[in-house]
Design a protein around this ligand. Structure first.
Ligand SMILES: Nc1ncnc2c1ncn2[C@@H]1O[C@H](COP(=O)(O)OP(=O)(O)OP(=O)(O)O)[C@@H](O)[C@H]1O
Ligand SMILES: [Mg+2]
Length: 214
């Protein structure tokens, strides 16, 4: 499987929402997808249309999951957590691509710049999350984004209120179209970045419905 981690030192940037969205986007486009939970707080309960695995009890599970799925087609997404620099560094060296979300604030940009220089790795890119629809608000926020090196910015994904559905406990319900479009867009951005890096794109369809126990 191709492996992508979504991490960064700043909390609340959308790591978990994007990790779910990316796995869902892969699923919608016909690819087998696994999302790996590593945060200390419990994973969301209930079914998801992609495999959703809990590795929070022991980080070495992440290594074994990557190794065990290495020969499979598809896509593995690792959801990081804020303020875990050593784990982040170790994960970065283990996966094909790392995304650091930034949500249009001076602090997010500062943290992302720190992370980029700390990791100093071509596999690490920034993703602008919650990019507003309003042109005037965008103009204000663009000044933050401009502080990031252009070559390190993968792209923008929008503010979509219903993204909160990914973090809701309970049985899976098909989310609104905006969430599906968001997820497909995110998947395409990531898959193109993997291709540019010379990691072969995922090609085989799959479909699975697995519940996280609890
Ligand atoms: N693109 C988006 N549009 C709208 N809301 C979003 C988007 N991305 C994230 N959010 C919201 O932002 C909040 C924080 O998101 P999330 O929990 O995914 O961040 P996180 O980086 O995983 O946080 P933590 O560091 O605590 O693990 C949630 O309420 C989520 O619904
Ligand atoms: Mg999270």
């Amino acid at each position: 499987m191709k492996t992508v981690a979504i991490l960064g030192s700043k909390g609340g940037t959308g790591k978990s929402s994007l990790a779910h969205g990316l796995a869902y986007g892969a699923h919608l486009l016909g690819h087998d997808a696994v999302m790996v939970h590593t945060e200390q707080r419990p994973p969301v309960k209930g079914s998801r249309p992609y495999r959703y695995l809990d590795a929070s009890a022991n980080y070495s599970l992440v290594t074994s999951l990557i190794r065990d799925h290495a020969d499979e087609q598809g896509f593995m997404v690792i959801d990081g957590a804020g303020n875990r620099p050593h784990v982040d560094l170790w994960v970065t060296r283990t996966v094909d691509l790392v995304l650091i979300p930034v949500t249009n604030s001076a602090e997010d940009v500062r943290c992302a710049l720190n992370d980029l220089s700390r990791f100093a790795d071509p596999r690490v890119l920034v993703l602008i999350n919650r990019w507003p629809a309003n042109r005037l608000v965008r103009m204000v926020l663009q000044k933050y984004v401009d502080q990031l090196p252009e070559s390190k910015v993968l792209g923008h994904v929008p503010e979509v209120g219903a993204m909160r559905r990914f973090l809701d406990d309970g049985e899976w319900r098909t989310p609104p179209t905006k969430v599906s479009n968001f997820s497909r867009r995110l998947f395409r951005l990531v898959n193109e970045a993997l291709e540019r890096r010379g990691v072969a794109p995922v090609v085989v369809a799959g479909d699975s419905m697995v519940s996280v126990p609890g």
